[in-house]
Design a protein around this ligand. Sequence first.
Ligand code: UDP
Length: 414
Amino acid sequence: MLPTVAIVSVHACPLGRLGSRETGGMNVYVRELATELAKQGLAVDVFTRRTDPADREVVEMAPGATLVRVTAGEIGPMDKNAVYDYLPQFVAGVERYRRDQGRRYDVVHSHYWLSGRAGIDLAARWHAPHLTMFHTLGEVKNRCGAPGQESELRIAVERQVVHSVDLTIAASEDELHHLVDLYDADPERVTIVPCGVNTRLFSPLPRGEARAKLGLNGHRTALFVGRMDPLKGLDLLLLAAHELRRSVPDLQLLVVGGDASPESEEGRVRDLARELGLADRVTFVGAVPQTELPTYYSAADLCVVPSFYESFGLVAVEALACGTPVVASRVGGLPGVVKHGENGLLVANRTASDFATSIGELCRDEGRRAGLALRARASVARLVWESVARRILQIYDETLAAAGPAGALSSLRR
Ligand code: UDP
């Protein structure tokens, strides 16, 4: 019988197709963390809600890391607030799997508020310590100015989770402050672990080759990569491109992410591009598998992250790892990654004209852009998943040690 870490990720399947409205950084995080923890000797089971009857229920994600898809409610996509009602069923499904497999979980590590709620029940049942990561916080999303409101339910559950877990892991200083200021978290029970990036996959390719591969001409290219969510601020980038139509007449935008159904966010953004007369300057590529993204990052002159909020900003890190400077909103965790004037530009006021100024500056001054590009990769070299997992492992160890001698980490290793 192998002692095991239970990673609870109700809402984000680590093997989900990235780039649609609901699948992005959190899915990547859970996938990379589980894989790396397993590499470092832990037995890891990841639990997620089953959303497609065609998916296998139990899959080996990586040696030592198993993904378990638990049936909770109808098997299919479901609004996250609706998923809440099925959490008891989810918890029962996890417990059934544990019993059937004869597993013992020494640590519960939950991701996002829904999993945090499920994690409370699982940790109590198993007398195991519970660590959580929120990835985004409802209260912060409601205050950041993005369209739409997060539910009171979400915020109440986040509060409950913050006050019941052994430790909350925040991705940035900014997130820690929000946890303390908006959720009254005890700062002693919050620790910061920045996210990672796969620097082997995300590495610079010769720009000419990358451009040729994508069929790009010699035009200036600004890249957007992200989930199709209003939070990502794509409208602002289109408005900025509109402002730049005379001063940077050859600017083209590549938009990666999204799904092409007519009622999707992508449909709305496409309409806006048409209304602004940008139809021939913007290419909507759709969702792209991560393995192909280095070509896009390497082909672009710059990557733009105009988000209302980012708790960390994986896209910015990936672009930098590929040697591409980033122009980003000065929000959330982004200033921890994008250093103004070193590897990119931060835009303090989220306005189209300020974004246009920064993008325009880098498009017109190749020397400046190239200088930022030169420092880009080295600026994120420290953020490898291996180090993230090593730090998380250390946190498990400390948490278990605090929970008593029975919980020494040595018992966790396979
Ligand atoms: N991504 C992808 N294909 C796409 C769009 C996005 O693989 O078409 C990935 C991207 O590489 C990144 C993640 O989705 O790792 C988005 O993470 P980020 O932290 O930037 O945003 P979040 O989804 O957490 O809001």
